[in-house]
Write a protein that binds this ligand. Structure first.
Ligand SMILES: Cc1cc2nc3c(=O)[nH]c(=O)nc-3n(C[C@H](O)[C@H](O)[C@H](O)COP(=O)(O)O)c2cc1C
Length: 296
């Protein structure tokens, strides 16, 4: 380790040690979970918005933006981590079930560096970080076996799912610690979570390893692209056509910054503009003329 990197690591350690007052005391000071808040639709923030109106709230336009170079000298990886996990929100959470290569250890853990990237074929990304250079069991298992089940987390079992992020040694199964129910998959070997309203059996398509820009040569993560090969949807969550999952049943949980989760109890609908329709309005036709060849 070079001398110049020593203070950096110390600073990193101090930044990572987020002061944690007794969580139960903090939680006790907060209102109880609002069980009466159920999924419902509202209007959009500005139902009278017209083309060219821009943002709804213009009162913040005097604020300037701070420019941040993610790999500036002295910038700590944990600073990028904290900024990104609090700014790229809310993130869906893939609750991933895997099996070790020898088939002896079952594993279950939440991953919010997760998203769907294609529907045909159904493709998903998972981002595994290498904290302190240690590979996560889920990553080792996905790369070794090429299989996983991605379960979507609901309000109904969020505490159990969160508990599965425990840094237990390999071989200690989060299934038993969480009390969640394993059910057989049909295409892949890892079990799916019965309590999940929606689960996807998936197979590894490809993976790519990343290394640090701040500490070159240090392996920092792995991206896995997996393909969904079987879907499981709880019957009461599907609409009559069998195509859509009801958010009131799914009760999805997302990830915000720090240790914050978000629930989703409100939504609004907003149709996408159809050019051939909107152009019939003379006002919009005028606006389109101005937009032609518009330069910044
Ligand atoms: C909601 C949530 C989301 C998480 N997302 C990620 C992630 O995207 N990537 C990652 O490497 N770790 C993530 N973690 C941390 C892992 O879940 C944690 O390191 C866990 O112990 C990994 O388990 P494993 O080694 O059994 O795979 C997340 C934790 C929580 C609670």
């Amino acid at each position: 380790m070079s001398d110049s990197s020593k203070p950096k690591l110390n600073a990193e350690a101090s930044m990572k040690s987020t002061p944690r007052p007794d969580f139960k005391t903090v939680e006790a000071s907060r209102p109880a979970f609002n069980t009466s808040s159920k999924w419902h639709f509202t209007q959009t923030p500005q139902p009278n918005w017209k083309p060219s109106d821009g943002a709804n709230d213009k009162s913040k336009s005097h604020f300037s933006h701070k420019e941040i170079d993610p790999s500036a000298p002295g910038r700590l990886p944990v600073q990028n981590y904290k900024l990104l996990i609090s700014g790229i929100v809310p993130r869906p959470i893939g609750f991933v079930s895997t099996l070790s290569e020898d088939g002896k250890s079952t594993n279950l853990a939440p991953y919010s560096f997760f998203n769907m990237i294609s529907h045909d074929p159904p493709l998903f990304v998972l981002g595994f970080s290498m904290g302190q250079g240690k590979a996560k069991d889920t990553m080792v298992n996905v790369l070794a076996t090429g299989e996983c089940v991605i379960n979507m987390i609901s309000e109904d079992y969020i505490e159990a799912a969160n508990y599965c992020s425990i840094n237990s040694p390999e071989g200690v199964s989060e299934w038993a610690l969480s009390g969640l129910t394993p059910v057989d998959s049909t295409v892949v070997k890892p079990k799916r979570v019965k309590e999940a309203v929606f689960s996807v059996e998936a197979k590894l398509v490809e993976s790519r390893e990343w290394e640090s820009k701040i500490n070159p040569g240090k392996k920092t993560g792995v991206l896995a692209i997996v393909e969904g090969v079987k879907f499981w949807v709880r019957e009461d969550a599907l609409d009559e056509s069998g195509a859509t999952i009801d958010p009131a049943v799914l009760k999805p949980i997302g990830r915000m910054g720090g240790i914050t989760y978000n629930r989703v109890t409100e939504g609004f609908e907003l149709p996408r503009p159809e050019y051939t329709e909107v152009i019939k309005d003379p006002e919009i036709e005028k606006l389109v003329k101005e937009a032609e060849g518009f330069k910044l």
